[in-house]
Write a protein that binds this ligand. Structure first.
Ligand SMILES: [Zn+2]
Length: 304
């Protein structure tokens, strides 16, 4: 089908307006668009905890519902037998509190761009895990974007708690940055109203060298600090729009022990398999259950 040029421009604008938060990532960053360089992220002290009246992540720890495990909602440690084996790949849950799941948009979810080719002038050129093009992904995107339904109004009304997708140790917990960055469909630019374009985010280190990252958190919402050990389902902060973000959303990114971005979603024929306990729950998004082996923080890591 012939696609007029104007349509392509509109498509590109939409891509940028909705989710051109590609720069929100870490290891894949080759420029300063992200506003969140990796090395100095921990230099910024976390902001004081919010006052609890507006969007405090007060949801109790998500009770793991994995039938394979009986993880208590408290800090009870699992026996060693329940730990991941050497070389095991992580198993994640959906990184939004189940109590607020309905606040998140079912679609679109912007996935990792699995097409290795770069298309700097055409953000619509991409292929996600299911072979789908934009808007299922966009060029160079290194995470999975889960959008907050209702945008800033929902964010202001309490937003949604972002939770640890597996047990881990906090390597980076950055807070204090402006959280109302947004896309301008006229200029295709992201504006932070003159504030520095830096994201509030958390980086967790899991067993076997794996990491997960949670970007664009609401200012003042980061509820963990560097070195803290968190269990799967523990609240990390609230969905926001800090950094190179066009709308309130969570950018969830997974990195391998080698620091390579790994798409947690897998096709049915993907031999490596999904990194989610349940890749597609009834609503099509990952399930909220923790894997018992990955529910607790590992013993063998410390913040770098
Ligand atoms: Zn993203």
């Amino acid at each position: 089908m012939c696609r007029p040029r104007a349509d392509h421009r509109a498509l590109a604008a939409l891509a940028l307006a909705l989710a051109y938060a590609a720069g929100c990532t870490s290891s894949a960053d080759t420029d300063d668009r992200a506003g969140m360089p990796r090395g100095d992220a921990a230099d910024v002290p976390p902001e004081p905890a919010r006052d609890g009246t507006a969007g405090a992540p007060d949801a109790p720890r998500e009770a793991p519902a994995d039938a394979a495990g009986d993880v208590a909602a408290s800090d009870g440690e699992l026996p060693d037998a329940a730990r991941p084996g050497a070389g095991d790949r992580p198993r994640f849950r959906y990184a939004i509190a189940e109590s607020h799941r309905a606040k998140m948009m079912v679609r679109p979810v912007f996935h990792v761009d699995r097409d290795p080719a770069e298309h700097p002038e055409a953000p619509a050129l991409c292929t996600n895990y299911a072979g789908e093009p934009f808007p299922a992904c966009y060029d160079g995107h290194t995470g999975s974007d889960f959008m907050l339904g209702g945008g800033f109004a929902t964010m202001d009304a309490g937003s949604a708690p972002v939770v640890a997708a597996a047990g881990g140790v906090v390597e980076v917990a950055e807070d204090g940055h402006y959280d109302r960055c947004r896309g301008n469909v006229e200029t295709l630019e992201v504006t932070c109203d003159g504030h520095e374009m830096r994201a509030n985010f958390v980086r967790l280190r899991h067993a076997n060298g794996w990491s997960s990252l949670y970007y664009h958190l609401k200012q003042g919402s980061v509820a963990v600090s560097v070195g803290q050990r968190v269990a799967c389902g523990d609240v990390l902060g609230l969905v926001g729009s800090s950094g190179r973000s066009t709308l309130p959303h969570l950018h969830f990114q997974v990195e391998s022990p080698d620091g390579e971005v790994v798409d947690p979603f897998a096709r049915a024929d993907d031999p490596a398999g999904s990194l989610f306990v349940e890749q597609a729950a009834a609503d099509g998004r990952p399930g909220g259950a923790c894997d018992a082996r990955w529910a607790n923080p590992p013993d063998d890591v410390s913040p770098r």
